[in-house]
Design a protein around this ligand. Structure first.
Ligand code: HEM
Length: 493
């Protein structure tokens, strides 16, 4: 009351006209809000739009959505509305009227109709930085071709075999620097490892000057992904575009070298760049050098941050569940010992066939929700399960609420890898890698990388974790970068 009084006084102390103006503006805003929400409700009744409210003019419900995002329960925004309106509801988020789906069947239909009825929808700054030819924005045949080529290469046993050796090397190189009792920041370590793996798979870059340069430019590039879409010299977006141009220049040079004798690493294995370049030479090839160079950078966006978070969250959850950590350690020690006895190397399929380790990764993906959901825009009116999605509206398929739905998962907030011993991780209620035509092509590499990292960690180290917590907004990360105090396991320990 005191603050209302203070506000009133500050209005009155100038003159009556200012006070009148203030209340007039508040009155107009409230009226607009009322009309806006009534229009929303009316349209809902008339046309089969899902229930829900569009919130305030222009900003809609974005402020509440963002403030929930920063809390420990980002899904509380959705939970509240699910109770009021059901699993599919309308809202107005981040500048667009939006249908939010927390219903696995509805989300599945939306993702399966990608390209025909729905197209990806990103913030304007992100569109600007990715460019029209990015796989993340392309639609139709070109996207399918690009997705198919990248996906089949990333899934191929050939790549998995060669990348396993690289992953082991990068993880061990990182661990070489760990001293007993030292604090190790798992988020930093895994970020470094994952970037090296990504660059190796994409264009055979080894750790060194070129990789460091790309890492530095990539940091500048992603800092503008969600920024104010203004491109003047000095703005964040402008700097990001410059960083992307520098990276593309470097990729151009690598491509040129491959066509000449300068390919410094003639013995190198095949990479994503080779696969795409091959397409420029084929008769049906539609890929230009510019499209390929741009995409080499854009491909780093989905792969760069997600894999390190998968590894970091696994360590976080295992720390809080000693029973799971013990079982994981036993399973991995057994593999290590049997391979040592037979004097054999651990292969990619050995790593991927450890059932409990895979359950730990699956559970980390469910509980961690590294990608909370994906946004699409409707190209035409579309009806699914009786809900209308109007042309021009966005659909937010929100995976997080599905992964934490107690109708689908017992005690959903509990880290329980054992639940996957009976549950199928391929159904529509588990979609950490999306679905439909855009199902993540890097999903097997992500799992393999996490399996190798966990294997080398639990067979060589024990640790005590310092206090830390998961932050979910704008992307999932650890508040304190996940510090742990490590201790090397010896024959006597
Ligand atoms: C834990 C790790 C990862 C998670 C949780 C993840 C999740 C996702 C999700 C949810 C999508 C669907 C996006 C949409 O439908 O709009 C996606 C797409 C994609 N991911 Fe991943 N991803 C991971 C790792 C990787 C890796 C290692 C790569 C390798 C480069 C990668 C490359 C891609 C690409 C290129 C797309 C776009 C596909 C397209 O639009 O056709 N991802 N990812």
């Amino acid at each position: 009351m005191e603050s209302v009084g203070r506000l009133w006084r500050s209005c009155c102390c100038y003159d009556g006209v200012q006070a009148w103006m203030f209340f007039f503006m508040v009155g107009i805003a409230s009226l607009m809000f009322l009309v806006w929400s009534k229009v929303g409700e009316f349209r809902g009744k008339r046309t089969g739009l899902p229930l829900g409210t569009l919130g305030w003019p222009l900003i809609g419900e974005s402020l509440e959505f963002i403030s929930c995002g920063y809390s420990t329960r980002p899904e509380s925004f959705m939970d509240k509305r699910r109770l009021l309106y059901g699993k599919v509801f309308k809202s107005h988020l981040l500048g667009s009227p939006t249908i939010v789906s927390t219903d696995p069947e509805v989300s599945k239909v939306v993702l399966q109709n990608d390209g025909r009825i729905f197209v990806p929808s990103y913030p304007k700054s992100l569109n600007e930085l990715m460019g029209k030819s990015s796989i993340l924005q392309l639609n139709g045949n070109l996207q399918k071709r690009l997705h198919g080529l990248i996906g089949s290469f990333l899934k191929s046993p050939e790549l998995k075999e060669q990348i396993t050796v690289d992953i082991e090397k990068y993880v061990l190189d990182s661990m070489k620097n760990w001293k007993d009792g030292q604090l190790v920041y798992i988020q930093d370590e895994t970020k470094k490892i994952a970037f090296q793996v990504l660059l190796k798979a994409l264009m055979s870059l080894n750790p060194g000057e070129e990789l460091e340069y790309l890492k530095q430019e990539f940091r500048k590039f992603i800092s503008g992904l969600v920024s104010i879409p203004v491109k003047f010299p000095g703005t964040r977006l402008y700097k990001s575009l410059q960083a992307k141009a520098n990276m593309v220049k470097m990729v151009h040079r690598i491509i040129q070298d491959r066509g000449t004798k300068c390919d410094s690493n003639k013995t190198r294995e095949k990479d994503v760049l080779d696969v795409l370049l091959h397409e420029t030479n084929s008769i049906t090839g539609k890929f230009t050098i510019d499209l390929i160079s741009d995409n080499m950078i854009d491909l780093m966006i989905p792969g760069e941050d997600s894999v390190p978070m998968l590894m970091t969250l696994a360590v976080q959850y295992l720390t809080s569940c000693p029973l799971a950590l013990q079982q994981l350690q036993e399973e991995n020690m057994k593999l290590k010992k049997s391979k040592e006895e037979k004097k054999e190397l651990v292969t990619w399929s050995d790593y991927m066939s450890l059932p409990f380790t895979q359950d730990v990764i699956t559970e980390t993906l469910r509980l961690g929700n590294i990608i909370t959901g994906v946004m699409r825009k409707a190209l035409q009116d579309f009806e699914v399960k009786g809900h209308l999605i109007p042309k021009g509206w966005c659909v937010f398929t929100y995976f997080r609420s599905i992964h934490l739905d107690e109708d689908l998962y017992d005690s959903p907030y509990k880290f329980n890898p054992w639940r996957w011993q009976e549950k199928d991780p391929t159904g529509s209620s588990f979609t950490p890698f999306g679905g439909g035509h855009r199902l993540c092509p890097g999903l097997e590499i992500a799992r393999l990388e996490a399996s190798i990292f966990l294997h080398l960690l639990v067979t060589q180290y024990s640790w005590e974790a310092e206090e830390d917590s998961v932050v979910s907004f704008p992307t999932v990360h650890m508040k304190n970068r996940m510090p742990i105090k490590v201790k090397k396991i010896t024959a006597h320990s």
